[in-house]
Every structure is written in structure tokens, then in C-alpha cells.
Write a protein that binds this ligand. Structure first.
Ligand SMILES: *Cc1c(COP(=O)(O)O)cnc(C)c1O
Length: 406
């Protein structure tokens, strides 16, 4: 008998993005002459940096000659990239993370899903509400979420993020074994201060919990005191895994490259009581199930850390942040409660009681598409997410249209 994984039957209905696409398609068919401005999708608009495409072109040339050909690379990633990450993302910021703790991958989404391999499937999980949907879906597929029940899952602790707290989650009374945190956050766009994250690190220490920290938007942090890496917090290397990506930093959404940090000092415990290094387990997992990210994409990622690449990151993220600021200012001018957009390309806006009604209103009245907040959790109801991933011209035009209708 071919026995399918029952956990797939337990997934929440993933209708959000297909429903957004289908409503947009329908609207376009009915109004063929109207120009739609897309502010829904979390994808980069600007092309790859010239230094990145040049590095990738050179990498392809390497592969085309016998004397410089590379076959299978190290499962952990090439030293040239791991050392560049260590230097620029950690050492230069005064953080003591070494290249043996850094594992290069084909992106953050894969790593987030794969981390379940090194954890006990009986672990309980703490998931923020609202948040990026992959944390819950991954936990359902790997069995950690447990069974669906009224209002959630048997093994999931819902961590509410409330507007009165600026969407920074409060420490849950019921302690999860694994906690997913993402800052700057998708979808709310808020970053977290060092003091607030230090409370989470202390909580994890006190209760023996693991924090899986998604830092995909760290390149957008501008404010002093807002965290880029959880390892800025002393002792975080004993309780946290950090997942990172070149997607939102350098437009690698199609190229595919990211990395995950599993510190040497981070340990877990087997049911036998024996303590084990999670770095050792992750290394074993990667060596068994992964053969490394492509040489070409790793050479491209290395170029992101060149002087030119770093200037390009600043320039591109600045441009997206400017767009987010335009959105935020326009909505705030109409007394709409708005969050994010300062250390993040996302603006989270409370524009009604029902996210889908707001979505339909903006599409119909302003020909602007956004993402309904309800797609990120029940506590996203009434909100929509705008992205700054657009041109400045289109962002200005979209907000002009929306302001006329409010
Ligand atoms: C886009 C995004 C990712 C996915 O990154 P990839 O490296 O492209 O897989 C992960 N986490 C969050 C919060 C994201 O928004």
C-alpha cells in the first residue's frame, strides 16, 4: 500500500496566495484597460547587482574549463563564502560566530523546513500570530504541531502579537520547546530592540527552549538598538539557531542562496538524557540529505560582500525603504494605524474589520493589490500588508490613487 503522510491533511488551507492571484486575474479580465499596481508580493523588483552577475559569469567560466572545474562542493558551503559571512555579518559587528557554525544553503525556506529533522517531533512549538506562514506549515508537516483542534493545533502555543505592544510578542506563560521568531517581521514590518530580544533569550535559557530566529530582513535595519542578528544578545549562542538569506538582501529570490547558523555551544538532549551538539546533528543532516548550494550561486553570494556589493545592498534596501516610508506616511496622514516600514520593506495597516473587504476595496477603487492580513494568522484580521518592493514612481502613483478614495 502506498501510505501518504497524514500530516498533509492537517495543514491549514493554503488558499491565500492563490486566492489573491485569482481575484486579481478576475479583476483584470473584467477591466482590461486598467493598470494594476502590485504591492502584494514579497518579491524583489530590482535586478541582480552587476558585481554579482559578473561573479556568476566568472563562475560559469570556471566550470567550463577542466583545470578550474568544480564538482560536488562541501555540503556546508565553500570556505570562501562561509568566511565572508563570518567576517561581514558577524565579526565586523562584534559577534563571535565562526565559519564552522555557518551552513550555506539554497535559501531560508528550505532550512526552516529541514530543521525539523534534528528536533524531537514531540516538541511543542510557539508560533507568533500573525507571522510568516511557513513556521506553522513546516511544524504541521514534520508532526510537531500535533492535531488540529478548535482555534489551532494540539501542540502549538499561539503567541499573540498585539498592536498595543507594537506587535512585539509577549513571553508566553505556557513554555514551548521550540519558538519561531522573525525580526524585522514579515508581515508586520516591525524590528525588535535589543532589550526586548534579550528577554526572549533569557526566557529560552530559563526554560530550556530553542529559538529559531529568522533574520531574512536584517539588511533593512536602520535604527540604532534594533537587532540584526540574535547573537548580538550575550548567551544567544546557547539557545538560538539563526536562519538567513540573500533573497531580500540582494535579490537572490530566483538565484537561491542562504545560510543557517547553528552555534557550537547549542546543545539538545536525546530521550536517553545524553546531551548532543545541535551543530553536530545539523552537520550530519546536511551531509546526508544535501549536497551543497551551487558553486555559481555561492560565488554570486560572495560578491554581495565585496565593497561594491555592500554599497549595492545599501542602495537597493534604501530604495525599498523609501517606498515603504511613502506608503506609511500617506496612510498615517489619513489616521490609519500603520506599523513597520522603518527597518523593513513592509507596512502593516489596519484598514477595516475584514482583510478581504479591504483587499477588494483597494483593488476595485485604486487598482492596487495588497496582501490580506488574515493570511498570516487569525490576529491579522482587519490588516493588510503593503510592500515597498516596487519602483518609486509606482509607489507614489498607488498612494495617490488610494488617498483619493479614503
Ligand atoms: C522571503 C522569506 C524567506 C524565504 O527566503 P528564501 O531564502 O528565499 O527561501 C524566509 N523567511 C521570511 C520571513 C521571508 O519573508
Amino acid at each position: 500500500m502506498i501510505r501518504a503522510n497524514d500530516n498533509f491533511n492537517r495543514l491549514p488551507e493554503a488558499y491565500l496566495f492563490s486566492e489573491v492571484a485569482s481575484r486579481i486575474r478576475q479583476y483584470k479580465e473584467q477591466h482590461p484597460g486598467l493598470e494594476l499596481i502590485k504591492m502584494d508580493i514579497g518579491d524583489i523588483k530590482r535586478p541582480l547587482f552587476p558585481c554579482v552577475t559578473e561573479a556568476m559569469r566568472r563562475a560559469v567560466d570556471d566550470l567550463s574549463r577542466a583545470e578550474s572545474f568544480y564538482g560536488y562542493g562541501p555540503e556546508q558551503g565553500y570556505a570562501f563564502l562561509r568566511e565572508a559571512i563570518e567576517e561581514h555579518d558577524y565579526h565586523k559587528r562584534g559577534i563571535d560566530i565562526g565559519s564552522s557554525e555557518i551552513f550555506v544553503s539554497d535559501g531560508a525556506k528550505s532550512d526552516l523546513g529541514n530543521l525539523g529533522d534534528i528536533l524531537d517531533p514531540a516538541s511543542s512549538v510557539g508560533i507568533c500570530n500573525p507571522t510568516y506562514p511557513a513556521y506553522l506549515d513546516d511544524s504541521v508537516i514534520n508532526g510537531m504541531a500535533g492535531k488540529p483542534q478548535a482555534g489551532g493545533y494540539s501542540n502549538v502555543i499561539d503567541i499573540e502579537c498585539r498592536p498595543e505592544d507594537g506587535f512585539i510578542p509577549a513571553l508566553p506563560a505556557e513554555v514551548p520547546d521550540v519558538i519561531y521568531l522573525c525580526f524585522p517581521n514579515n508581515p508586520t514590518g516591525v524590528g525588535i530592540d535589543r532589550d526586548r530580544l534579550a528577554e526572549w533569550v533569557e526566557y529560552a535559557h530559563t526554560h530550556g527552549a530553542l529559538i529559531v530566529y529568522d533574520a531574512a530582513y536584517q539588511a533593512y535595519v536602520r535604527e540604532e538598538g534594533v537587532v540584526r542578528s540574535i547573537y548580538e544578545i550575550p548567551g544567544a549562542d546557547e539557545v538560538a539557531i539563526e536562519v538567513n538569506s540573500f533573497s531580500k538582501t540582494a535579490g537572490f529570490t530566483g538565484v537561491r542562496c542562504g545560510y543557517t547558523v547553528v552555534p557550537r555551544r547549542l546543545t539538545g538532549r536525546f530521550s536517553s538524557g545524553r546531551t548532543v551538539s545541535l551543530n553536530t546533528l545539523w552537520n550530519r543532516r546536511q551531509s546526508t540529505k544535501f549536497n551543497g548550494a551551487s558553486y555559481v550561486s555561492q560565488r554570486g553570494a560572495e560578491a554581495v560582500y565585496s565593497p561594491e556589493g555592500r554599497a549595492n545592498v545599501k542602495e537597493a534596501t534604501d530604495a525599498y525603504l523609501e517606498n515603504a516610508a511613502i506608503v506609511k506616511e500617506a496612510l498615517a496622514g489619513k489616521n490609519i494605524p500603520v506599523y513597520g516600514g522603518v527597518n523593513s520593506p513592509y507596512v502593516w495597516a489596519r484598514m477595516g474589520e475584514n482583510s478581504w473587504d479591504v483587499f477588494d476595496f483597494l483593488l476595485r477603487e485604486a487598482q492596487v493589490s495588497v496582501t490580506p492580513g488574515i493570511g498570516f494568522g487569525t490576529k491579522g484580521e482587519g490588516y493588510v500588508r503593503f510592500t515597498g518592493f516596487n519602483t518609486r514612481g509606482n509607489t507614489l502613483k498607488a498612494m495617490e490613487r488610494i488617498l483619493q478614495k479614503l
